[in-house]
Design a protein around this ligand. Structure first.
Ligand code: NAD
Ligand code: DAU
Length: 327
């Protein structure tokens, strides 16, 4: 698998080790977003970390030739970074995916490509429709456009070359091992530090939250039972606006409901994402275990309280990046 030292990738490795007897090789460049510590307590006879770049076609080819299947998580993943420096998003998300596809083509290796609901653009707050597998692509940011490009490459390699691949597009994940640049960990750790949460714009933007453990179970199921060439949307009916999420975090810590700042909005900020995961649920029988967002959020807050040594090294630089942009 690729990107296993990042947030969702490391949750997936923990899920595999706990629920299957699979052996995993993680190919990861260990960018600023990665953490070796996220994989630290796993059995070394089942998890092997190879530090390298998915853009390196020779390395990718060698590793793919030695494995039964590839799950491709590696990406530049943060919208705010894509607005300040889009170049790495093109390299990793598009060129890197191209290298994975070419290796899978040469070795006829099963591939599952991890993607995002952001490829579909955004919805109005009162739109009764949610994203489905039939929704047209309409990405807004350099990040989501690069992910959309990677999805199109996968579809083309399936159709043109018969690469045995599936794709999943998932909504916003939360849970342990998420970098403090992202919304929920940033606000939890701000409150732990006695600072005020920072909410972009008006805070009316809606995200459809899913616990990373539930994303992991869906990916494993699709890898086992998904139909080649198909796309599956993954979501847990977790729509909340950003003010509601911050309100929950403040309430958990016993802080006042107004104890946050509204800050400069994100350029091109998508208003709402919402996933209809009927296909995954009916065709493959998947269901989330964290079906109440508030309970999963409380567990996540407790995780950050108990793992300060994991997130602390990243906090200062992250806040300096945001402060320079008035966020
Ligand atoms: P992350 O930023 O936490 O982790 C990305 C990982 O990829 C890191 O370990 C990083 O070192 C690695 N990586 C980056 N560039 C690399 C390269 N060139 N070669 C090798 N490794 C490289 O990201 P995440 O939030 O865990 O997201 C993982 C995947 O899930 C991404 O493909 C993302 O688009 C997708 N996704 C994320 C979410 C979400 O809410 N975070 C939702 C849906 C889909
Ligand atoms: O929908 C799936 C996507 O979810 C993934 O593809 C991305 O990789 C992942 O980063 C995430 O993208 P978002 O841009 O939605 O996530 P982020 O955590 O950056 O922001 C969530 C919402 O919170 C969004 O409306 C912006 C807002 N926000 C974010 C930060 C960091 C704030 O209001 N304040 C903040 O400090």
């Amino acid at each position: 698998m690729t990107g296993g030292a990042g947030f969702i990738g490391s949750n997936f490795v923990h899920h595999l080790i706990r629920t299957t007897d699979t052996e995993v090789t993680v190919l990861d460049k260990l960018t600023y977003a990665a953490s070796r510590e996220s994989l630290a307590d796993l059995p070394t006879d089942r998890v092997d970390l190879v530090v390298g770049d998915i853009v390196d076609g020779t390395l990718v080819d060698k590793l793919v030739s030695e494995h039964d299947a590839v799950v491709h998580f590696a990406a530049e993943s943060h919208n705010d970074n894509s607005l300040t420096e889009p170049g790495p998003f093109i390299q990793t998300n598009i060129v890197g995916t191209f290298q994975i596809l070419e290796a899978c083509r040469r070795h006829d290796t099963r591939l599952h490509h991890i993607s995002t609901d952001e490829v579909y653009g955004d919805l109005e707050l009162d739109d009764p429709q949610r994203f489905t597998e039939a929704t047209s692509y309409n990405p807004s940011s350099p990040y989501s456009a690069a992910k959309a490009g990677s999805d199109h490459l996968v579809r083309a390699w399936v159709r043109s070359f018969g690469v045995p691949a599936t794709i999943s597009n998932c909504s916003n994940n939360y849970g342990p091992w998420q970098h403090v640049e992202k919304f929920i960990p940033r606000q939890i750790t701000n409150v732990i530090d006695g600072d005020r949460p920072k909410v972009y714009g008006t805070g009316a933007n809606v995200r459809d939250w899913i616990h990373a453990e539930d994303h992991s179970s869906a990916v494993w199921l699709i890898l086992q039972e998904g139909r080649i060439g198909e796309t599956y949307l993954i979501g847990a009916d977790g729509e909340r606006n950003n003010l509601e999420v911050v309100g929950r975090i403040l309430e958990h810590f016993g802080r006042g409901a107004d104890d946050f700042d509204l800050v400069t909005d994100r350029a091109g900020h998508d208003l709402r994402y919402a996933i209809d995961s009927t296909k995954l649920r009916t065709e493959l029988g998947w269901a989330p275990t964290f079906d109440r967002f508030e309970e999963g959020l409380a567990r996540t807050i407790e995780w950050y309280q108990a793992h300060e040594q994991w997130w602390r090294p990243h906090k200062e630089a992250t806040e300096a990046f945001y402060a320079a942009k008035g966020q």
